[in-house]
Design a protein around this ligand. Structure first.
Ligand SMILES: [Zn+2]
Length: 304
């Protein structure tokens, strides 16, 4: 794949899929369309007069097991896997139409979205991509949960989890994202859930669309629907979710993100803290940056 770092990108033509929402169980048609440079990612509820909700931090709603956007009482739920695929594939601009309140879960990973984007192709646009370059660190702590972002020349994510389960335990995964590794290393990692928590979650209106086909399902001892796609698929999925939640910043990041047992609520709290504090970052294009940073010169020259 030609991974462009310097310019904004969109998809070449419209592409669609059907599925059910993980939490709502609601059937949904989803269509992704190309969009002009500078648009960002914008959702449209086609069942509600094409009501428009921008994928931005200001529209983040209640966040528990999934990230949801809400504007004037209209909800769009479980946005993180698609937004993650957009960041991982370098898609800056797209219109996303859906005819229900929740995105389809498909196979529980971002891989089906990656394949949809591959099917129609990626178009480089004329506008230089503006990055949010971290210039100071920010760290958030909540009990034993942690998330921080540190200045760096590339975007990377490091995630650690620790589940007291024989098939999970301690896992850490670190990857840079500016070299196209998302597709190889992250996109295929599926969401996961525990059978012994399922009843309680259903009573809260969650996971009504969950099945053995769209999540790794575990009981107290083992995975009930093997094989895993990666030995450490669990932590890789957390990286996938984090990338999707940080996409709500609305720009690609230049910085190193480190997370330990965080979750959607901490991810989105980090987004609003970053956007609120202008002393943490500056906006830049890689044309501005390559004058100063040799590491980026080589990254840019292999990719365009
Ligand atoms: Zn997820």
């Amino acid at each position: 794949m030609n991974f462009c770092l310097t310019h904004e990108q969109t998809i070449r033509s419209a592409v669609s899929c059907v599925g059910v929402g993980l939490h709502s169980g609601a059937p949904v048609h989803l269509r992704i369309l190309p969009a002009a440079a500078g648009t960002g990612i914008v959702f449209h509820r086609t069942d509600l007069d094409n009501f428009r909700i921008e994928a931005s931090s200001g529209n983040v709603a209640r966040v528990s097991y999934a990230t949801s956007l809400m504007k004037k009482g209209v909800l769009i739920s479980t946005t993180e896997h698609l937004l993650s695929a957009f960041i991982g594939m370098g898609i800056d601009n797209a219109i996303v139409e859906l005819d229900n309140l929740e995105l389809p879960i498909l196979d529980g990973s971002a891989q089906p979205f990656v394949e949809m984007i591959h099917r129609v192709g990626i178009r480089r646009q004329r506008k230089a991509r503006t990055y949010l370059r971290m210039v100071r660190k920010i760290e958030l702590r909540e009990g034993d949960k942690f998330i921080g972002v540190y200045p760096d020349d590339v975007y990377s994510v490091s995630y650690s989890i620790n589940f007291p389960h024989p098939e999970i335990g301690k896992q850490t995964f670190r990857t840079p994202l500016t070299n196209g590794s998302y597709v190889e290393e992250i996109a295929r990692a599926r969401t996961f859930g525990f059978l012994h928590e399922a009843d309680a979650m259903r009573q809260q209106g969650l996971i009504r669309g969950a099945s053995m086909e769209n999540a790794i399902v575990l009981n107290r001892e083992k995975v009930l629907n093997p094989p895993l796609r990666f030995a450490d698929e669990f932590v890789r999925h957390k990286v996938l979710d984090l990338i999707g939640d940080l996409a709500l910043i609305g720009k690609q990041i230049l910085g190193a993100v480190v997370a330990d047992r965080a979750g959607h609520a901490m991810h989105t709290a980090l987004v609003s803290r970053i956007l609120r504090d202008r002393s943490l970052w500056r906006e830049t294009t890689l044309e501005d940056e390559t004058a100063e940073i040799p590491a980026l010169v080589s990254a840019v020259s292999v990719s365009v």
